[in-house]
Design a protein around this ligand. Structure first.
Ligand SMILES: [Fe+2]
Ligand SMILES: [Fe+2]
Length: 295
């Protein structure tokens, strides 16, 4: 380590708070996560359900876990930028102002935790380019300044599918202990974030005008499904590195699972009154943007 990086490592240690997952999780030494026998157990993921001949074990299981962490980091980066811009709209003495700071601090810690996990598996293929490009296209900072309702729907679009996947991981006790505990920590803290985003949508949406409401109606189907897909299907580069080839039938099954994993949030959109006939049609016609080599 160079002298200057050594200084940053010292600053990190001096900043460590005991409630930070970096301080309390059972971080293994370099190399031992790679050889953890827990990777020889099938990772419960939608991809494994769709292509049962490719068991989600070993390198593929590590790749899928790393994809989840890399996607989480990319998503949290965009979300934090949006939340930070949203603060400018709020009274610094308000409960919401205080809560958004809690959420940003927790998201920062999640990214630290996911990043530490990735650092322990440096040779596992990953690619967050698609996630970053998809989320950057939504421009959550612009949404936060002008359409906060879109920011909160985007928060739920990312948080709900990742929550579903991590609950699956928690149920399997045989996986590497670290993966298990990261999932538990994230699920526990995200429950608050989702509760806040749902509250914010319920209270803010009735105050927005018809133009902004119409924009949300038109964006909601692709926002939910694109984000859900990114969470459950690794990008083509990661699939190729693991020699996973999706058939057209596999893609159809994964589209069905993406609908299923986002159905709870779609039901919430219906309660909010933003599921119109046009929105239903857009949802039915949705297809993933990723270019797969299918056979
Ligand atoms: Fe998070
Ligand atoms: Fe969150």
């Amino acid at each position: 380590m160079t002298a200057s990086l050594d200084q940053v490592a010292r600053l990190n240690r001096a900043s460590m708070d005991p409630s930070n997952p970096l301080a309390y999780l059972p971080w293994p030494s370099t190399g031992s996560l790679e050889s953890d026998p827990g990777w020889d157990v099938d990772l419960p993921t939608p991809l494994g359900a769709v292509i049962p001949e490719r068991r989600c074990r070993g390198l593929l299981a590590k790749s899928l876990a790393c994809h989840l962490m890399a996607t989480g980091i990319a998503f949290e980066r965009e979300l934090q930028a949006g939340l930070c811009d949203h603060l400018a709209r709020l009274d610094p003495g308000s409960a919401e102002y205080e809560y958004i700071h809690h959420e940003m601090i927790e998201e920062s810690r999640h990214s630290q935790m996911f990043g530490r996990f990735l650092s322990l598996l440096p040779d596992v293929p990953r690619d967050d380019g698609l996630v970053s490009a998809t989320l950057a296209a939504i421009d959550l900072s612009e949404a936060a300044r002008n359409h906060p309702e879109l920011l909160f729907l985007a928060a739920l679009a990312g948080e709900e599918p990742i929550d579903r996947l991590q609950r699956l991981l928690i149920r399997s006790n045989e996986l590497p202990e670290l993966l298990h505990q990261i999932s538990r920590t994230h699920v526990r803290e995200e429950a608050r974030h989702m509760a806040y985003a749902r509250w914010a949508l319920r209270t803010k949406l009735p105050t927005v005008g018809p133009k902004r409401r119409r924009r949300l109606e038109l964006l909601a189907p692709s926002l939910l499904l694109d984000t859900g897909w990114l969470m459950i299907v690794p990008p083509p580069a990661v699939l190729e590195a693991n020699k996973v080839v999706l058939t057209e039938h596999n893609v159809d099954l994964l589209v069905g699972l993406t609908h299923e994993i986002t159905s709870g949030l779609w039901g919430f959109c219906d309660q909010l009154g933003i599921v119109t006939r046009t929105a239903e049609r857009l949802r039915e016609q949705w297809r993933p943007k990723s270019a797969f080599h299918t056979r």
